[in-house]
Design a binder for this molecule. Sequence first.
Ligand SMILES: NC(=O)c1ccc[n+]([C@@H]2O[C@H](COP(=O)([O-])OP(=O)(O)OC[C@H]3O[C@@H](n4cnc5c(N)ncnc54)[C@H](OP(=O)(O)O)[C@@H]3O)[C@@H](O)[C@H]2O)c1
Length: 239
Amino acid sequence: MRNVVITGGATGIGYALARHFMNAGDRVTITGRREHVLKEAAGRLGVAYAAFDAADPDAVTEALGRLPATVHVLVNNAGGNTDRARPAARGLRAVAEAWRANLDANLMSAVLVTSALIPRLPAGARVVNIGSIAARGTGSGSYGAAKAALESWTADLAAELGGSGGTANLVAPGLVLDTEFFGDGLDEEGIRRRVANTRNGRAGTPRDVAAAVGFLASPEAGHVTGQVVHVNGGAYLGR
Ligand SMILES: NC(=O)c1ccc[n+]([C@@H]2O[C@H](COP(=O)([O-])OP(=O)(O)OC[C@H]3O[C@@H](n4cnc5c(N)ncnc54)[C@H](OP(=O)(O)O)[C@@H]3O)[C@@H](O)[C@H]2O)c1
């Protein structure tokens, strides 16, 4: 039985990932910062949980005792856009703070959790990072930049794990509904505009993303590594 760790696993895409791996017969641990949300989700799914801030090195170190001793599959899913408002005029301190928050949430969270768990990854381990269509477009500021950096680091990680038959890939979703990602910040017009960019005329679901991650984590995907897999209905073509 494989041990699967999913950061940000209590809501949205992470929750669908946890359900996917549970249904496949794996032993799943979900993480996140809000213990009550995690506890509730873990109870519903029948999985283990560990509450900690993935972007805080001390918190990650402390959490190691609550994570499996061997991690066959790690999905770095925790993240989100922490700088949605982006006021035009703000001081440099505020700019630095806002950029660092998005880099912390989306890049450092994955780098820290992976670095902490590398000694626990067996031969043939699978790491999947969750990026975003925002890395390839324009207009999303520090969020897109953080997800672009995640793509670059994923390629390095593929080289690091390759010697022992491990893989590292990134799944980049387009618009995915039924998550906490947009909060109350996405209206019908925002959805319509994004769906209009797709080739299949619909928004993505958390299950669409989970299916792609599930394949990359499978034994059959051992020769797929260092890649960015776009799950966006053709809204961006990664060819
Ligand atoms: N929904 C979309 O349209 C979309 C599109 C492209 C990419 N994505 C990416 O998909 C991933 C999942 O997002 P989602 O749409 O499922 O949104 P979500 O429901 O907000 O899920 C994000 C999860 O990450 C956790 N998290 C955030 N920061 C964390 C931290 N520092 N430490 C630990 N956990 C943290 C959150 O829990 P806590 O707040 O309790 O920590 C939450 O459970 C994110 O990386 C996001 O950038 C989403």
